[in-house]
Design a protein around this ligand. Structure first.
Ligand code: NAD
Length: 402
């Protein structure tokens, strides 16, 4: 089949396996250029098929020579469907990571479900000598409540006043105003249920009760704080409420883990990067475009891999932690530097729908948005026929062929 980008409502409905392979290998090569560090041996990652979870998995597998187990919700190719980018990322991670000589296992399933937790727990019990780290890097718009059978949806909304901001329509390459309305109480509650910390705590509790957490066990989840230009829609919006809940769960778990394992529950505030959700948050694409320009000009830009590698090497397992007054690891300190924020704010004031696409940062943003789905890779001929079955036969492990 010919695989050209197929975008519906700012969402890629397909992925190019060869493109995902190249992007994944590039990230692994970045990790290999970094200095190894003494870190965890056995790691469970929830949401390790893309974005920050994938960068965490690669950093730990290559940086601290860890065994990794990943739980993600991705679709395998079927009929005319190419399979999701995250599916191929899992496949190619397994393919390349054979060279580490360690164990790397993927579970495709709903992380919120008790069955998935049970399945993963049994695997960990049978395979490892306990877990040293759980990374919780899940980003989801829905969560099924397995007690009631209800499907709960999160929303990207403001609190109090509506917020209008510009975003990009990727398919037509146009900018448009996106208005988000204030969330109702129920919508806030639902967003907290989906994107807050309760499922993270369930994972840690399930594994703790089963006695498979090692001395010195750590767990970490990722929050976002952001600056003045995004606060009305993010930190002071429904998503911000969910992040507050995530952070509160870290605080509660931290005390227990310290007592029981001399362990830790950590929150890292990470920088804004391009992800599947970026274009659904008004102002965020413009903010990212200006931020990327500022950080690149100041030579403080990090790739997603470099960012997470530094987190684990320097801050989680190293001696260079930067902590704020709420105990959060401030990996985002470069983004949040007041002079960076000031520069970004000034630039954003001069961005119009007309000049937006001529900014280098916007070009980089869009380029990366395509690349996370395996597109816009120079060496690939996107008019050439792709035999998906051949990729499946050659690369897909038997236990991912569902
Ligand atoms: P992403 O969309 O790239 O990855 C999300 C992961 O969650 C994928 O592996 C996906 O398969 C998995 N997932 C989703 N629903 C699932 C389910 N029901 N069961 C199992 N797996 C499921 O997201 P990301 O941007 O890497 O975000 C990860 C975390 O980092 C989120 O908590 C996000 O808020 C946080 N964060 C992101 C940014 C950013 O700029 N992208 C910045 C700071 C913090």
């Amino acid at each position: 089949m010919i695989i050209r980008p197929s975008i519906r409502n700012n969402f890629f409905t397909n992925a190019h396996p060869e493109g995902c392979k190249i992007t994944l290998e590039n990230q692994i090569n970045e990790a290999k250029q970094q200095e190894p560090f003494d870190g965890p041996k056995n790691v469970l990652i929830i949401g390790g098929s893309s974005g920050y979870g994938l960068a965490s998995r690669i950093s730990l597998a290559y940086g601290s020579n860890a065994n990794t187990v990943n739980v993600s919700f991705e679709s395998a190719p079927r009929g005319k469907r190419t399979g999701s980018a995250g599916f191929w990322n899992n496949v190619f991670f397994q393919h390349f990571a054979k060279e580490t000589g360690n164990i790397h296992k993927d579970f495709l399933g709903d992380a919120f479900s008790p069955e998935t937790k049970e399945l993963v727990l049994n695997y960990v019990k049978d395979t490892f000598d306990g877990l040293d780290l759980i990374v919780y890097s899940l980003a989801s718009g829905v969560r099924k409540n397995f007690n009631t059978g209800e499907t709960v949806r999160s929303s990207i909304k403001s609190l109090g006043e509506p917020v209008v901001g510009t975003t990009i329509d990727i398919a037509s390459m146009t900018a448009y105003e996106l208005e988000v309305l204030p969330a109702s109480e129920q919508e806030v509650k639902d967003t907290v249920y989906v994107m807050g910390g309760s499922d993270w705590a369930d994972w840690v509790h399930t594994f703790g009760e089963a006695g498979v957490l090692n001395q010195g066990f750590k767990t970490i989840a990722y929050t976002y704080i952001g600056g003045p230009t995004t606060e009305n829609i993010y930190r002071r919006g429904s998503l911000g409420q969910a992040k507050e809940d995530l952070e509160a769960h870290a605080y509660q778990m931290n005390q227990k883990l310290q007592e029981q394992y001399n362990g830790e529950a950590l929150i890292s505030s990470s920088k804004a990067v391009v992800s599947k959700a970026s274009v659904f948050i008004p102002q965020l694409p413009i903010y990212c475009a200006c931020l990327f320009d500022v950080m690149k000009e100041r030579k403080i830009h990090e790739t997603i891999l470099e960012h997470k590698y530094r987190l684990f090497k320097d801050m989680v397992y190293g001696e260079q932690r930067i902590i704020d007054n709420k105990g959060r690891i401030r990996l985002d300190h470069l983004e949040m530097d007041p002079s960076v924020q000031e520069d970004v704010t000034n630039r954003m004031e001069h961005v119009t729908k007309e000049n937006l696409f001529s900014l280098q940062g916007t070009k980089d943003f869009i380029h990366e948005f395509f690349q996370i789905n395996g597109f816009n890779i120079d060496s690939i001929d996107y008019e050439a026929d792709v035999d998906i079955d051949e990729y499946v036969t050659k690369y897909v492990p038997k236990d991912l062929q569902i």
